[in-house]
Design a protein around this ligand. Structure first.
Ligand SMILES: [Zn+2]
Length: 342
C-alpha cells in the first residue's frame, strides 16, 4: 500500500484520507488543522502541499509526497513561490490587513505550479474582521487556490469559517509512543536522559502528547528554565504543606519578578494544584504536572481538599490580575496571605 505523508509521525487516518483526496483530485479548497503547539500542524501542512504539487503524485509505486522531485524539494524547504505563509509576526492577533493582502494575491495567477497555497498560521488569533474578510474566498475561492488554517483551537474560529473547511485534528501521543519516536529519530538526545528519567517524564507530561513540544523542551536552555519553574512550584507546594509562613515567604522569594515569567510560574503551580485536587477525587485522570499518578496521590495526602480548592482559586485570581496589569508585588502579597490562611 502507498505510504502517505511519511514525514509526519502517527495521524494515520488524516494522512490516508488526505493522501487519497490528493490522488483523486478532491483535496478540499480549505482545511483547518487543529492541535496544540508542537503537535505537527506545520509539518502536516507542508506534507499536504508537497503531496498536491508532487510531480510523482500519480505514481502509486512511490510515497506521496515523493520527497525527491523538484516540487517536493521546493515545498519541503519552504522555497516555493506559490506557497504563501501568513503569520501575525510579533503581533498578538492576525489582523484584517494581512488577510486582505493574501486575498488580493489569490486572484493573481500562479507562477510555478498548478495550485497556489495559503497557509494561515495561528489562525485562532484571527480577529473577527479578518475572519469575515477571509469568508468571501472561503465561500467562493479562485479555482487554483487552496487555503490551510493552522490553529490551536478551532472553537476560536467563526462557525461560518469552520463550516466551509475540512477540520483535521492532530493526534496526541502516549509517553511510550513519543519515547519510541525519540529513540528512533533522536537517539543521542534520548541517551542524555538515561540517567535522569524523571526529567524526561516531566518533559513528556508538559509536552502533553506533542512531539514538537517535547523536542522544544529538550533544548538544554529551555530544559533548564522549565526545571527551574517546576522547582519553584515544588517549593510552593512544600511550603503550603508545612503550614509555616516563614517557609511560604522563602518559597515566594524564588518567584520571578517579571510579569510574564511570574504568570508562567504561577500557571505551573496551578497545574500542580489541579493534579492534587483530582488525585483526591479519582484514581484515573490525565496528569498535567506530576509525572505519575502515585506521585500526585502521595503528595495530595499532605493537604485537605478545601485547602487545595482555595489555593487553586486564589492562584487563578492572581494570574488573572497579573494579566490585567495589576501591580505584581501587591498581587503576590495578597496571594501569600491567602495561601497562609487557606
Ligand atoms: Zn515529489
Amino acid at each position: 500500500m502507498r505510504s502517505y505523508m511519511p514525514a509526519l509521525y502517527g495521524n494515520a487516518q488524516a494522512k490516508d484520507s488526505l493522501g487519497h483526496a490528493v490522488e483523486n483530485n478532491t483535496l478540499p479548497h480549505a482545511i483547518i488543522i487543529e492541535g496544540p503547539r508542537g503537535s505537527g500542524k506545520k509539518t502536516l501542512a507542508r506534507q499536504i502541499v508537497a503531496s498536491q504539487l508532487c510531480e510523482n503524485r500519480t505514481n502509486a509505486s512511490m510515497p506521496l509526497p515523493c520527497c525527491r522531485c523538484r516540487a517536493c524539494n521546493l515545498v519541503l524547504h519552504d522555497n516555493a513561490v506559490d506557497v504563501m505563509r501568513i503569520s501575525r509576526g510579533e503581533k498578538s492577533t492576525l489582523g484584517v490587513d494581512a488577510v486582505r493582502e493574501a486575498k488580493q494575491d489569490m486572484f493573481l495567477s500562479s507562477t510555478e505550479f498548478d495550485y497556489k497555497f495559503y497557509i494561515f498560521e495561528d489562525a485562532h488569533t484571527m480577529t473577527v474582521q479578518a475572519q469575515n474578510a477571509l469568508l468571501i474566498v472561503l465561500e467562493e475561492p479562485p479555482p487554483q487556490v487552496k487555503i490551510i488554517l493552522l490553529c490551536e483551537s478551532a472553537d476560536a474560529l467563526l462557525t461560518t469559517v469552520r463550516s466551509r473547511a475540512r477540520l483535521i485534528r492532530m493526534n496526541r501521543f502516549s509517553f511510550e509512543e513519543i519515547e519510541e519516536w525519540l529513540g528512533e529519530h533522536k537517539p543521542l538526545d534520548i541517551a542524555r536522559y538515561r540517567q535522569k528519567n524523571d526529567v524526561l517524564r516531566a518533559i513528556l507530561t508538559e509536552a502533553d502528547g506533542c512531539i514538537g513540544a517535547a523536542l522544544a523542551l529538550m533544548d538544554p536552555k529551555a530544559e533548564e528554565e522549565f526545571l527551574k519553574e517546576r522547582q519553584t512550584a515544588d517549593l510552593l507546594l512544600r511550603a503550603m504543606a508545612s503550614r509555616s509562613f516563614t517557609e511560604l515567604c522563602s518559597a515566594f522569594s524564588h518567584l520571578p519578578t517579571k510579569r510574564d515569567e511570574l504568570i508562567n510560574s504561577l500557571t505551573f503551580f496551578l497545574r500542580a494544584l489541579r493534579d492534587l485536587i483530582l488525585a483526591k477525587r479519582t484514581n484515573d485522570f490525565p496528569l498535567c504536572y506530576f509525572t505519575s499518578t502515585e506521585d500526585a496521590v502521595q503528595n495530595s495526602r499532605s493537604f485537605r481538599i478545601s485547602t487545595l480548592l482555595h489555593a487553586s482559586e486564589d492562584t487563578e485570581s492572581a494570574i488573572r490580575q497579573l494579566e490585567r496589569n495589576a501591580n505584581t508585588a501587591t498581587v503576590l502579597n495578597v496571594l501569600k496571605c491567602a495561601l497562609k490562611n487557606g
